[in-house]
Every structure is written in C-alpha cells, then in structure tokens.
Write a new protein. Structure first.
Length: 271
C-alpha cells in the first residue's frame, strides 16, 4: 500500500466519478479491506467490483475512517448529511467533490466535519487523465493534505488552490471543460458534413483530430500558442479559419461567456 494513502476510507456516492476514483485508488494500492462504500443505488459494476475485491458495500455500520470522500450529487447533500455525520469522527478528513457546496455549507450540515478538503475533479479522471483543483482548510494539516493529494492524484493532475473562492472557477474551467471539448468535436464534425463529407467520415476525422491534438499538446514542451502558430501558414487554409475563430464574436468571447455562466451556476448551488 502507498504509504501516503489513508489507512481507512469511506466513499459516499459511487456513481461515474466516485466509481472512477475508487478504481484509481485500488490501482494505486489502497487495500480493499480498508475501503467502505455507501451508495443508495449502486450500479451493477460497483456491486461486482465490491464483491470481487472484498469491499464492504452499504454495511449497517462502519468504524470512523481516516478519510471520507463525499461524491454524491450536490443536490443530495441534505439527504446524505446524516449518513456522513454518523460515519465519521472529528479526526476524519472529509473530502468533498460536490460542485458549489462550500466548506461552510458542509460543516453546517455535517457538524462533525472539522477537517475538510474541497476538490473538483473532472470526467477524464476515469482513465487516469483528470485535472483536479483542491483546497484544504487549516485543520486538515500536512498529513491529511498529503493523504488527500495521494488519493486525488491517482486519477490525474492535482492543483492546490490558495483560496476556496477559486473552486467555482476551477469547476467552470476543468470540471465542466471536458463537455466543451466534446461539443467542439460535435461542431467540427457537423461543419465537415456541411462542407460535403459523409457524416460518419466527418465524425471520425473530427474525433481523431481533437484526440490527436490533445496527445500532441501533452507530449510537447511547447505551449498551445506556439503549437497553433506552427500549424498556421501565412495566408493558408488554417489562417483563413482562425480569422473566424479568433475574430470578434469568435471562440475567445464565447468561451469567456461560457466559463462565466458555469462559474455563476456553481455559486448558485451553494447554500
């Protein structure tokens, strides 16, 4: 077992994100017998995983763990708060991935929660390529933060934030960001079909173009601005397209507006 991982852990909510994180922790070396999962409606995949690995699923009781990860929908906080309250002690580090729910929201509904980490992972965490922004209150301490970092980094990049106020912006950029990229693929494929390509061919080309560009960006030491410039010949086809995408009403103001809307909605989910 990775020494930085918590010696015991409870996961409340094993949906797509919670389940993906659980698989990442097990792959990192978290002992299955150290894990307890609570989920009101566990999927067949989670049932099979827990049965195969000997993970306790929805037991009548569990000893307070070193760390509890809350991975339900933010709208269910009121309903799951009594379960979380009963499953932890004041020494437990609570790691919440609930969008919009502040540390004040959490401690108001879960009075036992004293040591709290807010984190915002994203869907690529399911393949170990996630991006997570996290903030820990002072009570978490160095050991708790190290354990939280080990857990969260099992699914990709982790960036620690200087202020909890930045979480909503992280939610709007990387938390929701994969959906923006998927929509880009949809738009590029639709544009290709309009340009005369068979729709299925346009879809394959658009998908591979975006995934390939992402892999190149990851592999290169160059920044996105330089890579973009390297693809763009003066007066060429790419330059003609970028005049539209980078012009007035192009991607920059649209993305700024989209991120602002997501950040605003994250703030509305608090309370």
């Amino acid at each position: 077992m990775n020494a930085a991982l918590p010696p015991s852990l409870v996961l409340v909510g094993a949906g797509k994100m919670g389940g993906a994180m659980l698989e990442g922790w097990l792959a990192l070396g978290l002992a299955p017998q150290a894990v307890t999962v609570f989920d009101a409606h566990p999927s067949d995949d989670i049932r099979r995983l827990c049965e195969a690995r000997g993970i306790a699923l929805n037991p009548e009781r569990a000893d307070p763990p070193a760390m509890l990860v809350l991975a339900t929908k933010p709208q269910t906080l009121e309903a799951v708060a009594p379960l979380v309250e009963g499953a932890m002690s004041p020494d437990t580090v609570l790691v919440s991935i609930l969008a919009g729910k502040t540390i004040a929201d959490l401690t108001r509904r879960i009075p036992t929660a004293r040591r709290v980490v807010r984190a915002m992972p994203n869907l690529p965490a399911s393949i170990g390529a996630g991006a997570t922004g996290a903030y820990a209150n002072e009570a978490v301490g160095d050991e708790g933060r190290a354990q939280a970092h080990a857990l969260l980094s099992a699914n990709g990049l982790v960036e620690w934030l200087a202020s909890e106020d930045l979480i909503d912006a992280v939610t709007a950029v990387s938390g929701s960001g994969p959906a923006y990229v998927f929509h880009l693929v949809e738009c590029l494929a639709a544009a290709g079909a309009t340009a005369g390509l068979p729709p299925d061919l346009a879809a394959r080309l658009a998908r591979q173009t975006v995934t390939g560009a992402g892999r190149l960006l990851e592999a290169s030491e160059l920044g996105p601005e330089t890579l973009r410039a390297n693809v763009t010949s003066p007066g060429g086809t790419t330059a003609a397209a970028l005049e539209v995408l980078m012009g007035e009403g192009g991607m920059t103001p649209l993305m700024r507006e989209a991120v602002a809307a997501a950040k605003r909605r994250a703030g509305e989910l608090s309370g």
